[in-house]
Design a protein around this ligand. Structure first.
Ligand code: ADP
Ligand code: MG
Length: 244
């Protein structure tokens, strides 16, 4: 298992600061929720951790491994960072079967055929979809599609799991069920997780620790209960308040 250490991460788009020298540490095996309103920089932060953005300053380490350091000119590719990522849109290939969707990252990494078979079976059994291995995504429910995306994210046994609003398009009952499933899988594979959401229920139901992001800065962090019951600023109070 591997923790994450982010220091002084800075990113702007067109002269507008989106990440304002963010410092953030995630412990080995910890499940952290990054919570904040639309546009506060959550996806940009997650994409920076994944290697999908190039911040203008700062550094990111996974354990002892520096994957990004602007000043030192280090910027590992997403593949080199060995992480699993799940998006709101699922991002499955409609023309590939469930099996081939999940197998894709292993094929890209040139894993052998029999190992692919074993690992895809294990990942699909983990999300209880092995019997749907030959189905196409379009024939599955939204919850099933998101479980395929989850299986694809963990099939390479990533040390880090990054999730960007993965449940936003699902209905309330399914969300509660999927939260339990996500936590179970994260614990089973022993990954460190960052989960981005604007949904307080998601954060409260999932997180070991919540970080509230406001305009590219961390406004407050702590156990979900502490943040929700004792907000430190008017912004946090308004955003997480029980009256909203
Ligand atoms: P969140 O995920 O919290 O909704 P984002 O990280 O997606 O926020 O975006 C933060 C801000 O950065 C928004 O104002 C958004 O419009 C802007 N932004 C994000 N990506 C880009 C981009 N590729 N080009 C220009 N502006 C962007
Ligand atoms: Mg976003």
């Amino acid at each position: 298992m591997t923790g994450i250490s982010i220091q002084g991460l800075h990113k702007s788009f067109g002269g507008r600061t989106v990440l304002d020298h963010v410092d953030l540490t995630v412990e080995d095996g910890e499940f952290v929720c990054l919570l904040g309103p639309s546009g506060c920089g959550k996806s940009t932060l997650l994409r920076s951790v994944a290697g999908l953005e190039s911040p203008e300053g700062g550094s990111i380490s996974f354990g002892d491994d520096t994957v990004f350091d602007r000043a030192a000119g280090i910027n590992r590719t997403p593949e080199q960072r060995q992480l699993g990522m799940v998006f709101q849109s699922f991002a499955l290939w409609p023309h590939k079967s469930v099996f081939d969707n999940v197998a894709y990252p292993l094929k890209r990494a040139k894993v052998g055929r029999s190992e692919i078979q074993d690992r895809v079976r294990e990942a699909l059994m983990m999300v209880d979809l092995w019997e749907h291995k030959s189905s196409y995504p379009g024939t599955l429910s939204g919850g099933q599609q998101q479980r395929v995306a989850l299986a694809r994210a963990v099939v390479g046994r990533p040390r880090l799991l990054l999730l960007d609003e993965p449940l936003s398009s699902l209905d309330t009952n399914l969300r509660a069920q999927m939260r339990r499933e996500i936590r179970r899988i994260q614990q089973h594979i022993g990954a460190t997780a960052i989960y981005v959401t604007h949904d307080k229920e998601d954060a409260g139901g999932l997180a070991d620790r919540v970080l509230v992001l406001q305009d590219g800065r961390i406004a407050q962090e702590g156990a979900p209960r502490d943040v929700f019951v004792s907000p430190k600023t008017a912004f946090v109070a308004e955003f997480v308040g029980f009256d909203n």
